[in-house]
Structure formats: structure tokens, C-alpha cells
Design a binder for this molecule. Structure first.
Ligand code: HPA
Ligand code: MG
Length: 198
């Protein structure tokens, strides 16, 4: 799906399909050089990072293993109350593996910080991160990101895996929604609890 298909919902295009995929592919080539001979394991957190994982892994020039994890994060706004639970675990043993986490977006860094520690505690030989997008203004947890795609302003974006209320994941670029879209969804959700998952 392209911006023209949901034009009425979009305030602005932030990163075009071409710019996005060009950057992801260039990063994949660089990462392939760094991991030559290391038999890396790529891990993505569902659902948001599934799109970037596909483009990224296909552009790599070395064989890799791929696995997915589904996590829920509650109360990530505050350090003490935050809690991550594993909804669907990896099927791969990470012990001794060189792991690269492939992420869609780094916001506060809370979930990612948890994941890096979790993978290290499971015995990963190394854990590094590739993030398609970063929002530096929202960062609360100091997770070192070795491979960075784009840094974006503190705006809520959709597309390329990123959703608003489970929609727009299949948009092929990164865009900012019009406020009227949130207002419509919030109106429909009145009375029910809003759930901010990754
Ligand atoms: N869009 C969608 N999901 C997100 C965002 C965003 O801007 N930030 C963190 N999760
Ligand atoms: Mg989401």
C-alpha cells in the first residue's frame, strides 16, 4: 500500500519507500561484512519489525539464521513499573551465538534494554542492534545501537511494519498520521482501555 491509497489519513511522508529500502540494504551489506564467518542469528520482535527483517535479511550477502519473538510491555513509561512478558519465545538456543536484533523503531529503549539483557543472560556470545528508526528525543534507556537507519523527530509514525491501532503496517513508506485519525479511533475506543504495545 502506498500513501496515495490512504492519502486522506496522512499528514506528511517522512521517509520514502526508496530512501528507506536503500538505507536498509546498505546497512545489510555493511553488517554482512562485519559478521563474515560468524554465522549470525537475526532476531526481530513481532509484529513491527517483520517488514524490516525481510528487506534487511534478503539484502545480506552471507547466510544467516532468523528467529522471531513476541513481547508485551506494560507501564514502560516509568522505570520501576515497567514489565516485559514473553508472549511467544524464540525457537533457537542463543547460547554462544552472535545475535543481531533487527528493530523497527527505538522509542524509550525500554523493551530493547530488556531484550539485550535477556539474550545475554541466555548466553549469547554477542548482542548488537540494527534499528530502522530512532526517536532520540524519547530515549530513556541507554542501549547502544551499533547500526542506525534514520533518526526521526518525536512524531507518531506509521508504515513499513509500524501501526496505529493495528493499521498501516502494510504502507510501503514511513508517514505521519493526521490527528483526525487518532480522534476517530479514540472516539470509538471510549470506555475501553487503551493498550500501548510495541
Ligand atoms: N509509531 C508506531 N509505533 C511506535 C512508534 C511510532 O511512532 N513509536 C513506538 N512505537
Ligand atoms: Mg504498535
Amino acid at each position: 500500500m502506498q500513501i496515495k491509497d490512504v492519502q486522506d489519513d496522512i499528514a506528511e511522508e517522512l521517509i520514502s519507500h526508496e530512501a528507506l529500502e536503500g538505507k536498509i540494504r546498505r546497512m545489510a551489506v555493511k553488517v554482512s561484512e562485519d559478521y563474515e564467518g560468524k554465522d549470525p542469528l537475526l532476531i526481530a520482535v513481532l509484529k513491527g519489525a517483520a517488514n524490516v527483517m525481510t528487506t534487511f535479511s534478503q539484502a545480506m550477502t552471507i547466510p544467516v539464521e532468523i528467529d522471531y519473538m513476541s513481547l508485551s510491555t506494560y507501564g514502560s513509561g516509568t522505570r520501576s513499573a515497567g514489565k516485559v512478558t514473553v508472549r511467544q519465545d524464540l525457537s533457537t538456543d542463543v547460547a554462544g551465538r552472535h545475535v543481531l536484533i533487527v528493530e523497527d523503531i527505538i522509542d524509550s529503549g525500554f523493551t530493547l534494554d530488556w531484550l539485550v539483557n535477556e539474550l545475554k543472560s541466555r548466553g549469547a556470545a554477542s548482542v548488537e542492534i540494527f534499528a530502522m528508526l530512532g526517536k532520540p528525543a524519547r530515549r530513556k534507556f541507554d542501549v547502544p545501537v551499533k547500526y542506525k537507519g534514520f533518526e526521526i523527530p518525536d512524531k507518531f509514525v506509521v508504515g513499513y511494519g509500524l501501526d496505529y491501532d493495528e493499521r498501516y503496517r502494510n504502507l510501503d513508506s514511513i508517514a505521519v498520521l493526521k490527528p483526525s485519525v487518532y480522534q476517530e479511533v479514540e472516539k470509538r475506543a471510549t470506555g475501553s482501555q487503551t493498550n500501548q504495545a510495541e
